[in-house]
Design a protein around this ligand. Structure first.
Ligand SMILES: C[S@@+](CC[C@H](N)C(=O)[O-])C[C@H]1O[C@@H](n2cnc3c(N)ncnc32)[C@H](O)[C@@H]1O
Length: 321
């Protein structure tokens, strides 16, 4: 068979171009000889044209077959019977190979989506189906609770399941809690499943609130507390609620949570607790809190989930001054 041999510095570009034109042989392994990379070809006819500006040699070769190596599994999320991968996965993996790998691990999945971005005030995902039916509605389990989700209409991140549980375990019976940016109800329903507390479950996105209500119904046998669903802009809440009556406020709107400081201050009792979620690098974490919450007493701050390279979602537990 034929391979193309290129200097190491040109390997990445060569592989990208060969993959783009469907000439890369993915059945065999790419190998290395000193400072040169040997890339197997399906067909060598068009190679000189495709790689016109790359210094190369076309050689005869016998690279090992791919079957001998372990499959590389890209980062992904499994939500019910849907798998989501980030769009950049396709920069280092062929689409067919990606589908094959995910199917080997999850033979019963129904859909694979490529996530392009998370947009707008409602933080909804832009998803492109790459395999299966384009149906973003599914049910995901968190600690035995079932959550109905519409991945295109309301925010959902399965990696928050542990955080939902962690906060729920901290609550005591009898607390009054305001979940200001509740999405489809993760924090509220976890809390109500463990405690006889009263939780106001609010979100501006009507689809999220509707799903939140459905989720209360789906989990009704497990719910011990009282959940009051609301669909409001959190900045207007001081107009409609009594001041200083809440023990705990959950502010999980990481990009904008600092803009609602006056709302948290208004709702919480003296010494009430705020769980504030925000996006930051490790370096800027302290200065963020200093800038927007310098009057509050900081109990602790912890990383919750990864957001981007070197950037995380954090939670600060702050006591009302
Ligand atoms: C990160 S998501 C919440 C996730 C949710 N807490 C969970 O654990 O799954 C942020 C939510 O804030 C909502 N939101 C954005 N602006 C808002 C506002 N001004 N008032 C109320 N909700 C808002 C969005 O619709 C979105 O559902």
């Amino acid at each position: 068979m034929k391979c193309v041999e290129v200097p190491k510095a040109y390997a990445e570009k060569t592989i990208r171009l060969l993959r783009k034109y469907g000439v890369l042989d993915t059945e065999h392994l790419i190998t290395r000889r000193d400072d040169r990379i040997i890339i197997p070809l399906r067909d060598d006819k068009q190679v000189l044209r495709i790689l016109a500006d790359i210094p190369l040699e076309i050689i005869s070769c016998e690279p090992p077959t791919r079957k001998r190596v372990k499959v590389r599994v890209p980062a992904h999320d499994v939500i019910g019977n849907i798998v989501i991968v980030r769009e950049n996965v396709l920069e280092f993996m062929d689409k067919d190979e990606l589908i094959r790998v995910l199917h080997t691990i999850y033979p019963r999945i129904r859909t694979i989506y490529l996530k392009k971005e998370t947009t707008g005030e409602f933080r909804t995902a832009v998803l492109e189906p790459i395999w299966g039916i384009d149906d973003p509605i599914t049910i995901n389990k968190e600690y035995g609770l079932r959550f109905k989700i519409d991945l295109k209409k309301a925010y959902y991140n399965p990696r928050l399941a542990e955080e939902h549980r962690r906060i729920a375990k901290e609550v005591r019976d009898g607390e009054r809690i305001f979940d200001l940016f509740a999405g489809i109800g993760g924090f509220s329903i976890h809390i109500a499943s463990l405690h006889r507390s009263t939780i106001y479950m609010n979100d501006l996105n009507p689809y999220a609130v509707r799903l939140g209500i459905e989720n209360i119904i789906i989990n009704k046998k497990k719910i011990r507390g009282v959940i009051i669903p609301l669909c409001m802009d959190s900045s207007l809440i001081p107009k409609y609620f009594k001041q200083s009556v809440f023990d705990r406020v959950i502010a999980n709107n990481p990009h904008y949570s600092h803009l609602f400081e006056h709302v948290y201050r208004y709702l919480l009792k003296d010494n009430g607790l705020l769980h504030l979620y925000f996006v930051s690098s490790t370096k800027e974490c302290d200065s963020f809190l200093e800038r927007y919450f310098s009057n509050w007493k900081l109990l602790r701050v912890r990383k919750v989930i990864d957001y981007a390279p070197y950037v995380f979602i954090w939670r600060a537990d702050l006591v009302k001054p």
